[in-house]
Design a protein around this ligand. Structure first.
Ligand code: PLP
Length: 401
């Protein structure tokens, strides 16, 4: 036996397997067991096909996506727009006009992004720097924090309150204490990962309480799922001329995450400043898809109704088993699992169910995105199986006392 070759093969295959695992592409072990030393184009093709099969077999309850996909009217609009793929110019599907009408804004108030993720980065590029930090809560959607780190800026993080609400007085206090250091405040409403809203009264308290020249980025990615009557959009503050930027996305209610379509609504001077950091370019399919999605009110209502019904069902079941869930106004929820979340995520993964990552310091909470009825049944079955046993560390370390 050629020990040296065998070892390097195992190392190589192990590395490949780890890389595939890190990509979230699922089990390919059978195929890898047959992997020779050299990856031929044919083998690569086989691996990719296997990955595609694994991809489809996983219940993706980890990214707060819309599991149903875009409605028929939107798919048709995209299909019809394919014929313009070779053009820079094409007939206007009316996306801009529809958004201006929907929000009662002017074109100077609108900036598109490749998903609202780009808008969040653009706000970071515009208002942060080595001497300007982002102020927000912990945990929240971490994208603004990652961006700050990437440009050697920093963050001031205020912990959530014990009831998981965002600490508005805490944010106001920090905004005054660190006034000169703050580039912008980030308010995710509803918050990700907790799915809790900030009421319109509390948003007003925040905006009235902070120095008036500090920009506030209000991320309304999950706006369409909110049922709580104390919530409302913050777009009217933009119309008042306050230093407010509202970020919206077509990734959630409109099921267009893969098309990358989001936008900002803000006063003209903030939009102008942000334009310097954005391409502002959308592709033709995204533009047609967005316009069709805005028209399809019935499709939107259908997604909302299904999502909320399945979320309520899952929450009732978990609470019935003794696992409290944080009240949710989004297409996901957070359940208190009373044990460390990382090994639980790994257990779900073995059962081909992807659930949310850890959100420190909430390390005993699991974030679950709402999936189809069949996916939620798989989640429920897996949850019962995993929680029928004590946590791995508890049994391993059970030394009495
Ligand atoms: N904001 C929040 C709160 C999110 O949860 C996400 C994605 O999950 C985004 C923004 C980014 O969404 P996208 O870039 O797809 O619009």
């Amino acid at each position: 036996m050629d020990l040296k070759n065998d070892l390097s093969r195992r190392r190589f295959v192990g590395g490949l397997s780890a890389a595939i695992g890190a990509l979230g592409l699922g089990p390919t072990s059978e195929l890898l067991a047959r992997t020779p030393l050299r990856i031929t184009p044919r083998l690569l093709d086989e691996i990719q096909q296997q990955q595609a099969q694994d991809y489809d077999s996983i219940a993706r309850l980890n990214n707060n996506e819309n599991c149903w996909g875009p409605p028929e009217a939107v798919v048709q609009a995209m299909t019809g727009a394919l014929k313009y793929a070779n053009r820079y110019g094409y007939p206007d599907p009316g996306l801009n006009a529809a958004l201006l009408e929907l929000h009662g804004i002017k074109k100077e108030n609108l900036l598109f992004g490749s998903g609202s993720g780009e808008i969040l980065d653009v706000v970071g590029a515009t208002f942060l720097g080595t001497d300007k930090k982002v102020l927000s809560v912990e945990p929240t959607y971490g994208s603004v924090y990652s961006y700050a780190t990437s440009i050697k800026s920093d963050a001031i993080k205020v912990p959530l309150l014990p009831d998981f609400n965002q600490d508005i007085p805490g944010l106001i206090k920090a905004a005054h204490r660190h006034y000169r250091e703050i580039g912008f405040i980030y308010l995710c409403n509803p918050n990700n990962p907790t799915a809790k809203i900030v009421s319109s009264k509390d948003v007003k308290t925040l905006l009235d309480g902070i120095p008036e020249d500090v920009p506030v980025l209000i991320d309304e990615a999950y706006h369409h799922f909110v049922e709580d009557p104390s919530y409302s959009t913050s777009i009217p503050y933009v119309l008042e001329g306050r230093q407010v930027i509202v970020a919206r996305t077509f990734s959630k209610i409109a099921a267009l995450a893969g098309m990358r379509l989001g936008y900002a609504v803000a006063p003209p001077e903030l939009i102008t400043a942000m334009q310097n950091h954005s391409t502002g370019t959308l592709n033709v399919l995204a533009r047609y898809a967005g316009a069709a999605a805005l028209k399809d009110k019935a499709g939107e209502a259908n997604i909302r109704q299904k999502t909320v019904a399945l979320r309520k069902k899952a929450i009732a079941e978990l609470e019935g088993m003794g696992y409290p869930v944080i009240p949710s106004d989004a297409n996901f929820f957070m359940v208190s699992i009373k044990r460390e979340v990382r090994p639980v995520i790994d257990e779900f993964r073995k059962k081909l169910i992807a659930v949310g990552r850890p959100f420190p310091p909430m390390n005993q909470y699991l974030r679950v995105s709402v999936g189809t009825e069949a996916e939620m049944q798989r989640f429920s079955k897996a949850f019962k199986e995993i929680f029928a046993n004590p946590p791995a560390s508890a049994s391993a370390g059970a030394k009495g006392g």
